[in-house]
Design a binder for this molecule. Structure first.
Ligand code: AR6
Length: 185
C-alpha cells in the first residue's frame, strides 16, 4: 500500500494534497464558523465553487435548528450545490487559545459528529480538511494526531464508511499528516 493510504478494517484512510472543493467523495466537510454564513479558507472555497444553494440551505438550518448559531463541535449537512460531492457536512472546529479550554475535546467532537452524520445518511466516502489549523490557529501537529485518532477509532467501531480522505493544502501539511498516520494507524 502507498505511504499515503492506510487500511482500517475494511475502510481506507487516504492522505492527499489539494483543494477540498474539488474532491468527488460523497461528502466534503466544511471547516465553517458558527454563523454558517461562509468565510475564508475552506469555507470560502466550498461556497464559491458550490454556489448559492448551499448558503440558502445553511440559512434555513439557522432559522429552523440553530437560531443562535451552530455550536463548536456540532455538525449539520446540506447538499453539495454545484460541487462534485453530493453533500457538504458543515462543522465548527475550536479556536485555539491555550489548549486548556477544551480545544482537544471539541476537535474530537467536530470529527466524530461529522463522521456520524455522514454514516447516518448512508454515505460511503467523505473528505476532511485539516479542521481548525488555518484561521483558528490550532497547531497542526497536535490537530493531525487528533484527526487521525478520531477517524481510526470511528472506523474501528463502525463499518458503514468505505473511505475517509484528508485533503491537505500544502506539501508541508501533508507530510505532518503522513507522519502522524504512520504512528497512529
Ligand atoms: N482545500 C483544502 N484545505 C484548505 C483549503 C482548500 N481549498 N483552503 C485552506 N485550507 P481554515 P479553520 C487549509 O482557515 O482553521 C473560515 O473563515 C488551511 O491551510 O479554512 O477551521 C471559516 O469561515 C488550513 O490548514 O479553517 C471560519 O471562520 C485548513 O485548511 C474559520 O475560517 C483549515 O483552515 C475556520 O478556521
Amino acid at each position: 500500500m502507498a505511504d499515503d493510504e492506510f487500511q482500517v478494517g475494511k475502510a481506507k484512510v487516504c492522505l492527499v494534497q489539494g483543494d477540498i472543493s474539488e474532491q468527488d467523495t460523497d461528502a466534503l466537510v466544511n471547516a465553517a464558523n458558527s454563523t454558517l454564513m461562509g468565510g475564508g479558507g475552506v469555507d470560502g472555497a466550498i461556497h464559491r465553487k458550490g454556489g448559492p444553494k448551499i448558503l440558502e440551505e445553511c440559512k434555513r438550518i439557522r432559522v429552523t435548528e440553530w437560531p443562535d448559531g451552530l455550536p463548536t463541535g456540532k455538525a449539520v449537512i446540506t447538499s453539495g450545490g454545484n460541487l462534485k460531492a453530493r453533500y457538504v457536512v458543515h462543522t465548527v472546529g475550536p479556536v485555539w487559545r491555550s489548549g486548556t479550554r477544551g480545544e482537544p475535546e471539541l476537535l474530537v467532537e467536530a470529527y466524530c459528529n461529522s463522521l456520524t452524520l455522514a454514516a447516518s445518511k448512508g454515505l460511503k466516502t467523505i473528505a476532511f480538511p485539516s479542521i481548525s489549523t488555518g484561521a483558528y490557529s490550532y497547531p497542526i501537529e497536535k490537530a493531525s494526531r487528533i484527526a487521525l485518532k478520531t477517524v481510526k477509532e470511528f472506523l474501528d467501531k463502525e463499518d458503514k464508511l468505505d473511505k475517509v480522505v484528508f485533503v491537505l493544502f500544502t506539501s508541508h501539511d501533508l507530510e505532518i499528516y503522513k507522519k502522524a498516520a504512520r504512528e497512529i494507524i
